[in-house]
Design a protein around this ligand. Structure first.
Ligand SMILES: Cc1cc2nc3c(=O)[nH]c(=O)nc-3n(C[C@H](O)[C@H](O)[C@H](O)COP(=O)(O)O)c2cc1C
Length: 380
């Protein structure tokens, strides 16, 4: 039996909503503009109908999945989440450790609030690094060197932030960086003492990966300015090619929606792409990732590795992503709702997704998610 309020990702979301201040919850939960893109990701999952097979022996099921030259315990990893420690103090470390213990990948963001060297020490075999290509090439070069030196083997280059997303909830809440608590925040902090005390103990979240590039004893404000410069419109194919030539490990491009872009990524030498709309946080009019996937699969053929993220809130959604053409998936908010909901919440969310996916495999009549393909999509 699962404790009350923790039996689904949606129930963890509700618990998180009550346990952390509104400005922190909205930062995690919200999307860009009208949030149509955020809702569209969910609607696509809800609208896809699966066609199960019966009379198959599914007793010996396994979620173990080969992906990018390694075996993982399940076909999903944790997506990069900037400002993790705003959502729950110490979140980056908690999630990296939970992913390591669950034997799934964890992706640290350039905008993470824990130094990449520290995450590499916590999860040396499981941590991947997500790069934002900012205005300064010197910072990109140095980050790449540090990431390689720290032992990361997989680099994820995010390509869908040519400009910051318009997050209206954050604007409404006065969420700016560095944090400048307003009068409204006083009530929120008092109403959520566990978060407030934990933040006092850990210190306000900082862009720890950029600290070496700010002046010594950098104020939070100069770090925030530096972070703002980490999204830039200059990222083009030539720059991606240059990163490819330089980075010796595996390289994945994150934020692909167009079949042509997916094919170009493959031709440039990317080892995989992440079909993603940044969780509905960039272009609110963008199509849902689950809608984008089949055409991308057709374009790149059966063998090129495709990862999907955006809107996964249950194990069954991962089965649907496979049915639409994915080889692997990422979850962002689902795990962060867990962290914000309760102690041990990251591991709990991961286990929940695993057990739901195993049940979905049984219902579909497969012993492994890798067996799920377009034959399991109901087409009237
Ligand atoms: C609070 C938050 C912060 C994020 N920060 C980053 C980031 O720093 N870098 C990045 O590539 N994607 C970032 N994303 C996007 C996620 O990596 C991922 O694409 C998205 O969350 C997937 O959708 P889901 O949350 O519905 O699973 C962020 C998403 C959220 C919700």
């Amino acid at each position: 039996m699962t404790a009350a309020g923790t039996y689904s990702i949606d129930s963890l979301r509700e618990k998180a909503r009550r346990r952390i201040p509104r400005f922190a919850f909205d930062f995690l939960d919200g999307g860009a503009g009208t949030e149509a893109g955020l809702h569209r990701n969910r609607a696509a999952f809800e609208n896809l109908r699966l066609l199960p097979r019966a009379m198959v022996d599914v007793e010996a099921r396994s979620l173990a999945t080969e992906f990018l030259g390694r075996r993982w315990s399940a076909p999903f990893g944790v997506a990069p989440i900037g400002m993790g420690n705003l959502i729950w103090p110490g979140a980056d470390e908690l999630v990296a450790a939970a992913a390591r213990d669950a034997d799934i990948p964890y992706i640290l963001s350039t905008a993470g609030t824990t130094a990449l060297e520290r995450i590499a020490a916590i999860a040396p075999e499981h941590a991947w690094f997500q790069l934002y290509v900012g205005k300064s090439q010197a910072i990109v070069d140095d980050l790449l060197e540090r990431v390689a030196r720290a032992g990361f083997q997989v680099l994820v280059v995010t390509v869908d932030v040519p400009a910051p997303g318009r997050r209206l909830r954050d604007q409404h809440n006065g969420l700016s960086l560095p944090l400048k608590p307003s009068a409204m925040w006083g009530i929120e902090l008092a109403a959520h003492p566990a978060w407030s005390f934990a933040t006092l103990r850990k210190g306000a979240p900082r862009f720890a990966n950029l600290e070496p590039y700010a002046a010594r004893n950098a104020s939070a404000s100069s770090l925030a300015t530096l972070m703002a410069e980490q999204s830039s419109g200059r990222l083009d194919l030539d720059l991606i090619r240059a990163i490819r030539a330089r980075w010796k490990g595996r390289m994945i491009l994150k934020g692909i929606l167009s079949p042509d872009d997916a094919a170009r990524s493959r031709d440039i030498g990317a080892d995989a792409v992440i079909v993603s709309n940044h969780g509905g946080r960039q272009l609110s009019g963008a199509l849902a990732t689950l809608e984008a996937l089949p055409a991308i699969r057709r374009k790149v053929g059966p063998d090129f590795p495709l990862i999907l993220d955006g809107g996964i809130r249950a194990g069954e959604d991962i089965a649907k992503a496979f049915a639409a053409g994915a080889n692997f998936t990422l979850v962002g908010r689902a795990v962060m709702y867990g962290v914000a909901a309760m102690p041990g919440g990251a591991g709990h969310a991961i286990n929940l997704l695993k057990s739901e996916l195993s049940q979905a495999c049984a219902q579909l009549g497969v012993v492994s998610p890798a067996e799920i393909d377009e034959r399991f999509v109901f087409a009237p």
